[in-house]
Design a protein around this ligand. Structure first.
Ligand SMILES: [Zn+2]
Length: 556
């Protein structure tokens, strides 16, 4: 008998001792342990724990400090939490991430509170940029100065050499200066495109504001961003998100964004999880992309499509049954031809792709629920997890249909405390009762999950938790909450940001809770958000962010 055969024979006698070290065995030893904290696992009814052990990219154990220390290697990193709060990493169910990265490098109009300040910031930023460079982003909000739309004449003299195309923070309106209008060929003779409006003054001249599809006329003449610019925007956005505890985004992007994430993964620079969606009009292209390249991996996945039914409340383009109270000549509009959108939804679903669609107004939501029901009937049973992005204003009937149809409401709580300042003047006292109806949806069993819609709102989940729990509008006018019957608990809000987001990405078997065997994504907060006064939740610090077992952000 050769030595080799002899060893094999011995191994047959004592299998365990001869099994070569495998990845799993090594992973049973923790190289990162967190002890002395308050661990919120996200598992309903789970025992209180103080410590988490991580080996490789997985959670090995959640339990007592002693349990966790017992499996740490001698050179494991030990983080002593000193009573701080540990929870699964925050998912963000709805971002426009690359745009966010560009925004971080552009003019910031979000808190410009007067027309003069709005103009000054654009003028100052233009002065810092080479002539000819487009000025985009902005995220202005005309409700800040009482609701008058901005006009190109405010900024023309400050931006003669720069085309300006800055957007309202909801992305459904743009202010273009005269140079940008000229480049886009927009004059008083240009008709409104389908699904869009060129706002005009009393003489019929364009004021510079373009709504929804009218913005496409300007987008068409903007130079495309280079790969390097996209990569830089991504890096800025990623760092910004990790500092706020976001470990996964569902990005409502484009093929250009998807390729940016793939480049980041290839160069080892993807430090968070991304579920990348592309526009539903490109569903056939995505179907063949998936056929060629699969659907990615646990760090970066794709296979989802995002469509639009209507516009936004702030731009009075959300599609309602009844007219707007403050603009009684309109009840909003469909931004996509509904017959075409229905064909796209049915087609994309039949190709096995994941369909999520933006709907804001009550009629838009009902139309979409009907259409999802129709598509499911056409294509037969499967685990499809249709989502309504925003699901902002619901009919009474709609609330129960989410659970009945298995459609997930993908909502952004910060919008409630932002729009809550002025929503009632726009849609009146009845419709606001079913606006951002978090409580009603949870009570009806809907798979409510949360995100930011960054850059429409800040990418800051703690601000979102605060918003969902308090519903205190940003103007301070509703200290007990705007439509307080729709408040939810901190636990429910945390769930909507973690496990519910994992479910909405088909990843609930490996993400979203702190349990042995799950992927190791977690955040450490400076205190337990369940035990501080809710008004202080936005003040909590994110001290550590861990993704896939690595510390990717650590507050200095
Ligand atoms: Zn969005």
């Amino acid at each position: 008998m050769t030595i080799r055969l002899f060893l094999i024979a011995l191994c047959l006698v004592a299998v365990a001792s001869c099994t070569p070290a495998t990845g799993t065995d090594r992973a049973q030893q923790a190289d990162l342990v967190l002890v002395g904290g308050v661990v919120w696992t996200g598992v309903p009814g789970a025992a209180e724990a103080t410590a988490v052990a991580i080996g490789g990219n997985q959670i090995l154990s959640v339990g007592s400090d002693a349990d966790v220390r017992a499996i740490a290697t001698s050179d494991a990193r030990v983080i002593d939490l000193g009573g701080r709060f540990v929870m699964p990493g925050f998912g963000d169910g709805h971002t426009h991430f690359i745009g966010g990265g560009f925004q971080l490098g552009s003019v910031d109009l979000r808190d410009a509170a007067t027309p003069a300040e709005f103009a000054r910031r654009i003028g100052d930023f233009a002065a810092s940029q080479p002539a000819g460079r487009w000025i985009t982003g902005g995220d202005w909000d005309h409700e800040m100065w009482g609701g008058a739309l901005p006009e190109r004449v405010w900024v023309d003299s400050l931006s003669r050499e720069h085309p300006v195309a800055v957007q309202r923070l909801d992305g459904h309106m743009m202010l273009a200066n005269s140079l940008a209008l000229e480049l886009a060929g927009i004059t008083r003779d240009t008709p409104d495109p389908a699904g869009g409006t060129i706002v005009r003054d009393v003489r019929g001249e364009p004021t510079g504001v373009l709504k929804d599809a009218a913005m496409d006329l300007v987008f068409a003449v903007q130079p495309e961003s280079s790969e390097d610019e996209m990569d830089e925007a991504f890096e800025r956005a990623q760092q910004h998100a990790l500092e706020r505890g976001v470990t996964m985004i569902h990005d409502m992007g484009s093929f250009g964004a998807l390729e940016t994430y793939r480049r980041a993964e290839q160069r080892g620079a993807l430090r968070m999880r991304v579920y990348a969606f592309v526009p539903i009009a490109q569903w056939r292209q995505l179907a063949s992309y998936v056929a060629d390249a699969g659907r990615g991996d646990d760090l970066l996945k794709w296979g989802g499509l995002k469509g639009f039914v209507d516009g936004s409340l702030g731009s009075t383009t959300a599609w309602f049954y009844e007219p707007y109270q403050d603009e009684p000549n309109t009840s909003g509009l469909m931004v996509t031809d509904t017959a075409e959108l229905r064909t796209q939804i049915v087609g994309a679903d039949s190709a096995g792709l994941h369909v999520v669609v933006h709907a804001i107004g009550d009629l838009a939501n009902d139309w979409l629920l009907d259409t999802f029901e129709y598509a499911a009937a056409q294509n037969g049973a499967r685990d499809r997890r249709f989502r309504i992005e925003h699901a902002q204003h619901l009919s009474s009937d709609a609330i129960a249909r989410f659970n009945a149809l298995g459609v997930l409401p993908s909502m952004q709580p910060y919008h409630a405390i932002d729009d809550g300042r002025w929503a009632e003047k726009r849609i009146g006292p009845d419709r606001i009762q079913r606006t951002y109806a978090f409580r009603s949806l949870l009570d009806a069993g809907a798979g409510l999950h949360f995100g930011s819609d960054w850059t429409v709102a800040p990418i800051d989940p703690l601000l979102g938790v605060y918003a969902a729990v308090t519903r205190r509008t940003t103007d301070g006018a509703n200290p007990d909450g705007w439509v307080p019957a729709q408040k939810i608990s901190v636990d429910e809000a945390l769930h909507a940001y973690t496990a519910a987001n994992a479910y909405a990405a088909f990843m609930e078997d490996r993400l979203g809770t702190l349990e042995a065997g799950r992927l190791a994504d977690l955040v450490v907060l400076s205190a337990d958000p369940r035990s501080v006064d809710p008004s202080l939740i936005p003040e909590l610090r994110v001290d550590f962010t861990v993704v896939d077992g690595s510390v990717v952000f650590e507050r200095q």
